[in-house]
Design a protein around this ligand. Structure first.
Ligand SMILES: [Zn+2]
Ligand SMILES: [Zn+2]
Length: 94
């Protein structure tokens, strides 16, 4: 899968990731496989910047950049082209 769209809230981001992973992949014998082709799922790193939701579309904020695992099927999807995104959260939660 590609990185989720930019600008979601942290909660929406987590929901999105969960939904995408459940719809695309499944665990078989302790290993993640692609639901479409049965191939072994690989993973790369997705960089998620934390931006201030108060600043909306300006994507401002000095939040941390988190690294999360981004799973993909090498056969169906190929290596993700888009591996960076951001979540927007209130400044006060930094
Ligand atoms: Zn596949
Ligand atoms: Zn942003």
């Amino acid at each position: 899968m590609e990185a989720p769209p930019k600008g979601m809230s942290a909660a929406a981001f987590n929901e999105f990731m969960k939904g995408e992973i459940e719809s695309r992949y499944e665990q078989r014998d302790g290993q993640w496989v692609c639901k479409t082709c049965g191939g072994t799922v690989q993973q790369t790193t997705c960089y998620v910047s934390e931006h201030a939701s108060e600043f909306g579309e300006t994507h401002a904020g000095d939040g941390e950049v988190r690294r999360i695992a981004l799973p993909y099927c090498p056969s169906c999807e190929g290596v993700p082209q888009n591996t960076s995104t951001c979540v927007h959260m209130p400044v006060l939660s930094f």
